[in-house]
Design a protein around this ligand. Structure first.
Ligand SMILES: Nc1nc2c(c(=O)[nH]1)N[C@H]1C(S)=C(S)[C@@H](COP(=O)(O)OP(=O)(O)OC[C@H]3O[C@@H](n4cnc5c(=O)[nH]c(N)nc54)[C@H](O)[C@@H]3O)O[C@H]1N2
Ligand SMILES: Nc1nc2c(c(=O)[nH]1)N[C@H]1C(S)=C(S)[C@@H](COP(=O)(O)OP(=O)(O)OC[C@H]3O[C@@H](n4cnc5c(=O)[nH]c(N)nc54)[C@H](O)[C@@H]3O)O[C@H]1N2
Ligand SMILES: [Mo]
Length: 639
């Protein structure tokens, strides 16, 4: 079968407005007036809580700061979120619950100095290649790499050991490791006594998870579980990193907490070289959250429920921020369905193709009275909009900062001129703010950044000049003449209880298998994820020909292909409880029987999220993209 590349998207250079159901070109004045009028109408008829903002995790910190300020100070709601909800919201929720801060705890340099590295539910060789370079340096220096993934990935090829568990059995595996550490006397009693609480209840809760029981549930040989437990607990500098194999489950936050338990048990956090590090997804999803483009935190991770925090911002902005959390992205989609959220502003997100069970998402977005989309391309989401505003691409066409997974804030500069007709995201929000009665005149990234620094203590010491001089600075950085350690939570090791602060709690967690059950009708587990050569919904990576890019496939192991009677490139129908799609088969010996893999990089050809399940984590709102139940049938020649 000949494979097609996705049709290239062409940069948006002219605003569009919808008339009589059709999007037509418009002048900037017309489009901005139309966007503002729809927002004003919503505010007058339904009030601010009927407004929702999807902010852009690809854009700068400065743009995210302005987007959340627009939502809170101009509109008057906390309904602002981004695609952090679809990936690492469980990591932020889990880390914040235990340590009061949702960031990864160490730095990339420390990875190179680690002697044991566990990569759990992540494939950084393809999805985080820069981080993986640091891992490889450690491996070349003798560090032991363990990879915990249902697939034998390209990352796993570098591993000392691979634990190829069944999808959705991470909690049993973590519990068995914990039990083994405790029973072998390898728990770090100094750290547990000094810095944690709830150990006894936790130890009792993992008692049923013997190596043998865990082997049955997870499919990982007992010997391997034991080796990981002993090696991690004995490590001088043990690193534990995870990504979406952990978070994209209906119990993603529980999965994260199960891993945090292991670090508490072994004392592998709060010291140089030890750490708990979720590898964040989009180029600036860490920064977007840090800037307050999330419904429950103000910039600098300050608590929105704290009256003193709100008062500080209200004084600076002349606003009156609602004293409650806003809706997260998942809740906003539900509120659209109920008719409660009727005005939606989407900056650089493509939920029509990225949300699980996406046909449901289309219905919900179609329910909205006034949809404004600000993007660099005319995406499937933009095609539903009432007003489309062409933006410049933050990463190469504007000035500002990004924050990476090690919490390092770094400068980006305008390297390319935006195409004629595209305008900066911050400029567009300022235009709208002025139309809504607010005298906004941001002159550029630095002015926004200095406003942020005046309001967010953890960013206060990072002037543009200092960021430039030091090649980036990790947060927290409180003053212009100090730097904090490269790792977080060193306080937990302090001998003086007064310095130690709140103890880090162990969490008792129940195993809960994937929601989409395997049955005779749907006997195959489908997990979805990424390949090196493409990016998310393909909008930004589909526009040029590449010999690397192979198009969407259903990956199966040779045994399954044989029993289904299919060969490579045969077209198959893939059916789940939500819908069906058609894709060609590809063989992957890294898969086990009963497990299939697809990406979501080519939704214009094969819309994988038609069949994924929307079961979401009740704490974080993240969907179970990693576990659908499917049936695969060979298609006959006429298709
Ligand atoms: N090339 C490329 N890089 C990217 C992206 C891209 O689209 N393309 N996207 C970026 C974004 S937004 C993100 S969030 C990151 C994501 O980065 P990753 O999380 O590393 O990427 P994924 O491939 O989605 O999933 C990681 C692994 O989880 C495994 N997995 C599936 N189910 C389970 C399970 O139940 N348990 C365990 N332990 N593992 C499981 C999968 O087999 C897969 O190898 O990548 C970022 N980087
Ligand atoms: N099946 C399945 N689905 C998944 C996942 C999975 O593992 N499996 N992973 C989920 C995850 S982790 C994520 S993060 C989401 C990603 O989902 P989305 O964020 O919805 O998808 P992207 O393709 O990254 O869309 C990015 C959009 O931002 C626009 N853009 C880029 N830069 C700028 C800018 O500077 N300004 C403006 N205004 N726009 C810009 C691009 O043109 C594009 O339309 O997908 C989720 N969906
Ligand atoms: Mo992501």
């Amino acid at each position: 079968m000949k494979r097609r590349n996705t049709e290239p998207y062409v940069r948006l250079t002219q605003p569009l407005v919808r008339d009589s159901g059709v999007l037509r070109p418009a002048t900037w004045e017309e489009a901005l007036d139309r966007a503002a009028a729809g927002i004003r109408r919503t505010l007058e008829s339904k009030g601010p809580e009927a407004f929702g903002m999807f902010s852009c995790a690809r854009a700068t910190n400065e743009m995210n700061f302005v987007a959340q300020k627009f939502t809170r100070a101009v509109i008057g709601t906390n309904n602002v979120d981004s695609c952090n909800r679809t990936c690492h919201a469980p990591s932020v929720a889990g880390l914040a619950r235990v340590f009061d801060s949702g960031g990864g705890t160490s730095s990339y340099a420390e990875i190179e100095d680690a002697d044991v590295i566990v990569i759990w539910g992540g494939n950084p060789r393809e999805a985080h290649p820069i981080f993986f370079q640091h891992v490889l340096k450690a491996v070349h220096k003798g560090a032991k790499l363990f990879v915990v993934d249902p697939r034998q990935t390209s990352t796993a090829r570098w591993a000392h050991r691979q634990l190829q568990l069944e999808v959705g059995t991470d909690i049993p595996l973590a519990h068995a490791i914990a039990r083994e550490i405790i029973h072998s006397g390898l728990a770090n009693t100094t750290f547990i006594e000094r810095a944690t609480e709830g150990f006894a209840e936790f130890a009792a809760s993992v008692e049923p998870w013997t190596l043998e029981v865990a082997e049955k549930t997870t499919g990982v040989p007992a010997e391997l579980i034991k080796e990981l437990a002993h090696t991690y607990a004995r490590a001088d500098r043990g690193q534990l990193s995870w990504t979406l194999g952990i978070t994209e489950h209906h119990n993603g936050t529980d999965n994260v907490l199960a891993l945090i338990n292991l670090a508490l048990l072994a004392g592998q956090v709060g010291r140089y070289g030890a750490g708990l590090n979720p590898l964040r997804g989009q180029n600036n999803v860490q920064g977007g959250g840090d800037m307050g483009a999330i419904p429950d935190r103000m910039p600098g991770f300050q608590d929105i429920l704290d009256a003193g925090v709100r008062a500080k911002f209200d004084t600076a902005w002349g606003s009156s921020i609602p004293p409650h959390k806003g809706l997260n992205l998942t809740q906003m989609l539900d509120a659209m369905e109920r008719g409660d959220l009727t005005c939606v502003y989407i900056i650089g997100e493509n939920p029509v193709q990225s949300e699980a069970d996406c046909e449901h998402t289309v219905k919900r977005l179609s329910n909205v009275d006034h949809l404004v989309v600000q993007d660099i391309f005319l995406t499937k989401t933009a095609q539903l909009a009432d007003v489309v505003l062409p933006a410049s691409a933050a990463w190469c066409e504007s000035d500002g900062t990004f924050t990476n997974s090690e919490r390092r804030v770094q400068r980006v500069r305008r390297a390319l001129e935006p195409p004629d007709g595209a305008r900066d995201d911050i400029e567009l929000l300022s235009e709208l703010a002025r139309r809504l009665g607010h005298d906004w005149h941001y002159t550029g990234g630095q002015e926004v950044w200095d406003e942020l620094r005046s309001l967010s203590p953890m960013h206060a010491g990072m002037s543009y000049a200092r960021l430039e001089e030091l090649g980036g600075i990790q947060w927290p950085c409180y003053t212009e003449d100090t730097l904090e350690p490269t790792f977080l939570h060193g306080r937990l090791w302090a001998e003086d209880p007064a310095e130690r602060g709140r103890p880090a709690p162990f969490t008792v967690i129940e195993h809960s298998p994937p929601v989409d059950l395997l049955t005779e009708e749907f006997p195959i587990r489908l997990t979805t994820g990424r390949r090196l050569d493409s990016y998310n919904t393909g909008v930004q990576s589909g526009g040029f020909p590449s010999p690397l890019r192979q198009g969407e496939t259903l990956d199966l192991c040779p045994e399954d292909a044989r029993s289904l009677g299919v060969a490579p490139d045969d077209l198959v129908r893939i059916t789940s409880r939500r819908g069906e799609i058609v894709a060609p088969v590809r063989l992957d010996t890294g898969l086990k029987p009963g497990l299939a893999f697809m990406t979501f990089h080519f939704p214009d050809e094969v819309d994988v999220n038609v069949i994924t399940i929307e079961a979401t984590c009740p704490i974080a709102g993240t969907a179970e993209y990693k576990a659908a139940a499917i049936r695969v049938e060979k298609l006959t020649a006429e298709v």
